[in-house]
Design a protein around this ligand. Structure first.
Ligand code: ADP
Length: 632
C-alpha cells in the first residue's frame, strides 16, 4: 500500500510500492546500454491506449473527443531538454494512474522482480540483463529521465484530468490538471547523458527499428516516422526478422525470442491477416489455469476487438500468441456472435492447418528447437489427439517418445522414426506405459531386446489414452507389451537350460493356489528370458498403467488382478520347481511365491506389504551370506 499525503490544491504525495522503488533504484543507478527501449515501451503503451479508445468508440457515442485523430506525437524541446510523447488514447483516471503507475501491475515486471531477488548476489550487469529480458514497461523511462510529468485525461465525458510527477525516487505526486483533450502526455526531462534523444533523426531511427509494427502514425516533430500500417498488413518480404520479434514482444511482453512464427495473408474465400507466434516458454500456470485462454488478439478491419478468442483456435493450441485481423466480420461482433460464425470457423480451420504445418516444418528443419517445443508444450498438444479427430494425421506426426532403442534415455523418437527402424515382418508398434524410471527396467522388455524389437516408453499419464485414441499409425496398430496376448512367435531358449515339464506344471498349480488372492492366474511365459517373472494385463482388461492413473484420482478404485507369468528357464524358477518336487508344499515356499509378485512390484516402484518384503529379503540375505561364508 502506498501512503497518501494530502497537500494543498488536491495534490497528493504517495510512495511507490517497495518493489517499484527497488526497480527504479536499479534503473537510475546503473549504466544501461539498451536505454533506447524506453521509447518502445512508451509507444507500445500509447498504441494499446489507442486500440482501447477505438474499440470503445464503436459503441460509445458519448466518448470525449470522438473525432480526434488516432496518432502518437513526439515533440522535442532542445532548450528545455525535454521529450514529450502524446497520444489521443483512452487516458487514465486518478485511480488508474495510482494503480498502473505506482505499483507493479504488469505481469512482466512482477516476474522480473522475482528473478531479480533470486539474483540478488549477482553483479549489476547480470541484473540489467534480466531487465532486458523481461522489460519493465513505463518505468524504463527512468533510465533516461531525471524527472517525468505524466498528464492524462480519461475518455469518459467530463473526466477529471490528472498530473503525475516523479523523479524516480521513493515517491510521486498526483494532482488535478488542466488538460482539455482526451489521452496521455508524458513529458520526459532528460538526464545529461540522455541528450541523444533530443535528436529527431535518432528518434526516427529508433522508431523504425523498434516500433514500426504500430498501426497508428507516430510523428516526430510533425513528420511520420513509421510506416503506419500494422505489421500484419504489410507484405512479408518487407518485414525483417527483428520487426517480427519486436511485434512479438509488444504482444506478449516476452523478451525472449519466439521459437517460430507464421504470417498468414488470405484473400479468398474470406479476407484476413494473421501473425502467429510459438513462444519458447510459457508459464505452467498460464497453460494450466482452470479457464485457459486463447491469447489471440482479434481485429476487425484494423480495429482491435478483443484479446481472448476461444473461437479462433482449439484449446490444444493455447500456447500460441498472435493477432488475427479480418475484413469480413462486422465491427460490432461480440463474444456471442463469434460462436458458430461461419467466417470464424473458416479462419480457425486455416490457422490450425498452418500451425500444424509450421510445427512439422520445425521438427524437420530444426530438431533442437522442436525438442524445446516438445518439452514445453508436448503435453498440451497431445490433448489434440483426443479433441481433434480431423487432424489425427498431422498430430501423430508431431508426437515424440523415448524408447528402448534411444541413444540416451532422453532421446526422443517420432512414430516415423519407429517405423523406419521396424524389423522386417513386424506388424505392430510396441509400447510400454508406466513411470519414467520403471518402464526402462521392466523385465517384459527382455524378449523384445533379444529380438531387436523397439519398444516405445509412454511415461506421460495421457500417453496411453493418446495411442488408444489413434489406434494406428500408418496402418500399424499399437500394442502394449504388458498385455497377456502379445504374440512374439516362437519362444526363445536359453542355452543349456532345459526345463522339466512336469515340474513346471506342478509349480504353476502350487503358485496359483498360494497367490489366489493376489493374481488372476499364473502362466508359463513365452517371452521372458533374463527375468524370473512378470505381471501382465489379462486379455481384454484395462492396462495396469491406466489403473494406476485411475487410482490417483479415485482412492476407492480397486485394480483388477493381473496374470503372473513365470519363466521356467530361469534358475530361480527351476530351483523353486525342484524344491517343490522334493519338499512338497511348505510355509517357506509360500513366502517365495509372494516374493515373486513383490519382486515385480518393486521394479514398478510399488510395494503392497513392505513388512512381508523385508521378511523375505531377510531370509534371502541370510541364505546368501551363509553361502558366501561357506565358500570363504
Ligand atoms: P504494461 O503496459 O506492460 O501493462 P506499463 O508499466 O508499461 O506496463 O504500464 C502499466 C499500465 O499503465 C498499462 O497497462 C496501462 O493500463 C497504463 N498506461 C501506461 N501508459 C498509458 C497510456 N499512454 N495511456 C493509457 N494508459 C497507459
Amino acid at each position: 500500500m502506498s501512503a497518501a499525503n494530502q497537500k494543498s490544491g488536491g495534490t497528493e504525495e504517495r510512495s511507490f510500492q517497495t518493489e517499484v522503488q527497488q526497480l527504479l533504484h536499479l534503473l537510475i543507478h546503473s549504466l544501461y546500454t539498451h536505454s533506447d527501449v524506453f521509447l518502445r515501451e512508451l509507444i507500445s503503451n500509447a498504441s494499446d491506449a489507442l486500440d482501447k479508445v477505438r474499440f470503445r468508440s464503436l459503441t460509445d457515442r458519448q466518448i470525449a473527443d470522438p473525432d480526434a485523430a488516432l496518432e502518437i506525437e513526439i515533440e522535442v524541446n532542445t532548450s528545455a531538454k525535454t521529450l514529450t510523447i502524446r497520444d489521443s488514447g483512452i487516458g487514465m483516471t486518478r485511480e488508474e494512474v495510482n494503480q498502473n503507475i505506482g505499483t507493479i501491475a504488469h505481469s512482466g515486471s512482477a516476474s522480473l522482480l522475482k528473478e531479480l531477488s533470486a539474483a540478488k548476489d549477482q553483479d549489476e550487469k547480470a541484473k540489467l540483463q534480466l531487465i532486458g529480458q523481461f522489460g519493465v514497461g513505463f518505468y524504463s523511462v527512468f533510465m533516461v529521465a531525471e524527472r517525468v510529468v505524466l498528464t492524462t485525461r480519461a475518455a469518459d465525458p467530463g473526466a477529471e484530468a490528472v498530473q503525475w510527477e516523479s523523479t524516480g525516487g521513493g515517491t510521486y505526486t498526483i494532482a488535478a490538471a488542466d488538460k482539455k483533450d482526451r489521452g496521455t502526455e508524458i513529458k520526459v526531462y532528460l538526464r545529461a547523458d540522455g541528450e541523444e534523444y533530443l535528436d529527431a533523426h535518432r528518434l526516427e531511427q529508433i522508431i523504425r527499428r523498434h516500433s514500426d509494427y504500430v498501426g497508428y502514425p507516430i510523428k516526430v516533430a510533425g513528420k511520420q516516422a513509421n510506416s503506419g500500417s500494422p505489421l500484419w498488413t504489410q507484405p512479408r518480404s518487407q518485414i525483417s526478422e527483428e520487426q517480427y520479434q519486436e511485434f512479438y514482444t509488444h504482444l506478449s511482453g516476452d523478451h525472449d525470442k519466439p521459437l517460430a512464427w507464421e504470417h498468414v495473408a488470405v484473400d479468398v474465400p474470406i479476407q484476413f491477416h494473421s501473425v502467429l507466434y510459438v513462444p519458447r516458454q510459457s508459464p505452467m500456470e498460464l497453460l494450466f489455469r482452470p479457464e485457459p485462454r486463447i491469447a489471440l488478439d482479434l481485429y476487425v478491419k484494423r480495429v482491435f476487438i478483443q484479446d481472448d478468442c476461444k473461437e479462433l483456435l482449439p484449446m490444444y493450441l493455447r500456447f500460441v500468441r498472435g493477432v488475427v485481423d479480418c475484413d469480413d466480420l462486422p465491427l460490432n461482433v461480440s463474444r456471442e456472435t463469434l460462436q458458430h460464425n461461419p467466417v470464424v470457423t473458416k479462419i480457425r480451420a486455416n490457422l490450425v492447418r498452418r500451425l500444424l504445418a509450421l510445427l512439422e516444418k520445425m521438427a524437420k528443419d530444426r530438431p533442437e528447437d522442436y525438442q524445446t517445443f516438445w518439452k514445453a508444450y508436448g503435453i498440451v498438444l497431445k490433448e489434440g489427439v483426443v479433441a481433434d479427430h480431423e487432424h489425427h494425421g498431422e498430430l501423430s506426426r508431431l508426437l515424440r517418445y523415448t524408447s528402448s532403442l534411444g541413444e540416451t534415455p532422453e532421446t526422443l523418437s517420432s512414430l516415423q522414426d519407429y517405423l523406419d527402424r521396424m524389423k522386417e515382418g513386424q506388424e505392430r508398434i510396441y509400447f510400454l506405459a508406466g513411470e519414467k524410471g520403471a518402464v526402462a527396467q521392466s523385465p517384459l522388455l527382455d524378449a523384445f531386446r533379444q529380438r531387436g524389437l523397439e519398444v516405445l516408453f509412454l511415461t506421460d499419464p495421457v500417453d496411453e489414452w493418446v495411442v488408444n485414441r489413434l489406434e494406428k499409425y500408418e496402418g500399424k496398430e499399437f500394442q502394449a507389451i504388458d498385455a497377456e496376448d502379445v504374440d512374439l512367435g516362437k519362444e526363445p531358449r536359453i542355452e543349456g537350460a532345459d526345463t522339466d515339464r512336469e515340474q513346471t506344471i506342478e509349480l504353476l498349480s502350487f503358485l496359483k493356489k498360494a497367490l489366489a488372492e493376489r493374481v488372476a492366474d499364473v502362466r508359463e511365459s513365452q517371452r521372458l528370458t533374463d527375468s524370473p517373472c512378470a505381471l501382465v494385463t489379462p486379455k481384454g482388461g484395462i492396462s495396469h498403467n491406466m489403473e494406476r492413473l485411475m487410482k490417483m484420482t479415485d482412492r476407492q478404485f480397486a485394480p483388477n488382478r493381473r496374470v503372473l507369468e513365470i519363466n521356467p528357464r530361469h534358475p530361480v524358477i527351476r530351483n523353486l520347481g525342484a524344491h517343490l518336487e522334493k519338499k512338497r508344499q511348505n510355509a517357506q515356499l509360500e513366502e517365495w511365491a509372494h516374493f515373486l509378485v513383490d519382486y515385480v512390484l518393486l521394479g514398478e516402484g510399488t510395494v503392497e506389504d513392505p513388512q512381508r518384503v523385508l521378511r523375505n529379503l531377510n531370509t534371502i540375505m541370510a541364505g546368501a551370506s551363509a553361502h558366501l561364508a561357506g565358500e570363504g
